[in-house]
Design a protein around this ligand. Sequence first.
Ligand code: GDP
Length: 138
Amino acid sequence: MERTLSIIKPDGVSRGLIGDVIKKIEGRGLKIVAMKMLHLTPAEARGFYAVHRERPFFEGLTTFMSSGPAVVMVLGGDNAIARWRELMGATDYRKAAEGTIRREFATDIEKNVVHGSDAPETAAFEIGYFFNRLEIFV
Ligand code: GDP
């Protein structure tokens, strides 16, 4: 079973989309094996997105990610990384496929409701950023 990190970003939480996102996750057969709600500090958001620190959107992104509570989850299943990214849709919601979360709910390239790890190495880093072993229920 593969694991991936999923986040319902602050826009998704403030707009009341937690239930919609979880329904799609479970409906797609991905298993939620860990979950918590937290409000990242700007420093924690910068640490999480450190790979993007040279990008022009880094400051805006980390300010947004620390603007309110988010829901972080570990999802498990066969091919969970790719399956969760497919369900999220493209970063730019205007390019996201029909039926994806971003196509349905995102309002902005930055405020795009959800996050998902993009590779096994990033998934391991991102899961470890938020959860210890005792908090993950396989
Ligand atoms: P993801 O893996 O689809 O989330 O996309 P990336 O890893 O490339 O980018 C991380 C996050 O940064 C995205 O989900 C967006 O919230 C934000 N982002 C990406 N590209 C842009 C951009 O061109 N402009 C702005 N403002 N935000 C962006």
